[in-house]
Design a protein around this ligand. Sequence first.
Ligand code: 5GP
Ligand code: ZN
Length: 116
Amino acid sequence: MSTCLFCKIIKGEIPSSKIYEDDDIFVFNDINPAAPVHFLIIPKLHIATLTDVEDVNRDLLGNMLLLTPRLAEAQGCTNGFRTIVNTGHVGGQEVLHLHMHIIGGDERLPVMIHHG
Ligand code: 5GP
Ligand code: ZN
């Protein structure tokens, strides 16, 4: 999609700090990190949200997940990390190109889910 920010990053039309790339997946540092390690794993295929994922995307999503711990460790997450996929308005998704946030560092991250 020519107007999509992340499609432009994939094409190199907008600069990014790239961590990894293969035929189907692009990985780069978040411009506004929430923790010492904060990068985004995105498919090169423009899929707007997790809601738009279809059966044909099964391998792609599986590969993104399989890549996650390997890249997290290479970025210094030796003792765990958090993975977030914001979806749609309620999920607080701001960029409508599917992305997984990988967030970590040395410190335990704040609790995100409060019960009761
Ligand atoms: P969302 O809120 O959609 O889940 O997350 C979008 C993320 O993209 C945010 O964490 C934001 O900091 C990041 N982001 C937005 N614009 C850019 C950009 O131009 N370059 C990079 N590297 N990250 C961006
Ligand atoms: Zn896109």
